[in-house]
Design a protein around this ligand. Sequence first.
Ligand code: CP
Ligand code: NVA
Length: 300
Amino acid sequence: MKNFININDFSEKEINQIIDAAIERKNSHSNDSLAKNKVLALIFEKDSTRTRISFDLAIKQLGGIAIMLDKDSLHLGKRETIADTARTISQYADIIMMRSNSHKTLVELADYASIPVINGLSDLSHPCQTIATLMTIKEAKGSLNNINIAWFGPISNVAQSLMDAANLNLGFNLSIYCPKYYQNAYFAKLKDMNESAVLGKVTVNELVPEKMQDVDVIYTDTWFSMGDIEDSAKIEMLTEFSVNSTMMSKAKADCMFMHCLPANRAQEVSAEVIDGARSYVWQEAQNRLHVQKEIILNCL
Ligand code: CP
Ligand code: NVA
């Protein structure tokens, strides 16, 4: 049984296969009822637009059925344990995708489910997003080899999965740029979660705009993830990491702008960048659908 919990549970070859299969199926428009009558249960403890819609459509286009389960309508965490919820859903469905508040919940669900579990975002990681990001870069640049990605801002769940991928040696280089406070916060968070922080090939730096000239992709995420409390001191600390036209002009002329979305045009990115010609955010959002199909098929 194959779960899809973190990028680093997979080999470089497996991740490349998922990306290439997604590009191929997208271009050939062939779904072939490969998941005919398979049931995908989607559990959301947090809000979602892209993950919800893309998984729902992906299973349906593959010939299967989606069941949407929001936390408020389940007994989960109230009158029923994670283990009993996992055992019950395993009687009806073929795969579970869960967006969880805590990564621990996701792992516990996977431990007790007798069907594969997909991580649709946790406080630790967002592996489905990373595959869609890498697919989008590969489509635009033809290859991931020697692509320099600069991550701006807090080391979020989205950044974590990108870091995991960078350490699989998929060909691209990743540099994280964030205030010292967020570097320390990242290591403290992982310690609290009993997870080990592996930087490996990834460099973590404070911002030096003059060093951006070789950057092929600037990637950022919301400064305040779901559940975080907005704080003016943090906004001030992060202001120089906001991706605006001046910052884009420091990078290569064909530098791509990427964002997992949802975005805040008053904080991490300016409207002229996200709505501009070098923004790939809509392609990235669309590719979530193509990638989800391959993740589902990989689990089945
Ligand atoms: N990027 C992403 O996961 O979007 P949603 O929160 O809308 O699912
Ligand atoms: N870091 C963001 C990603 C949303 C897709 C969050 O967790 O809210």
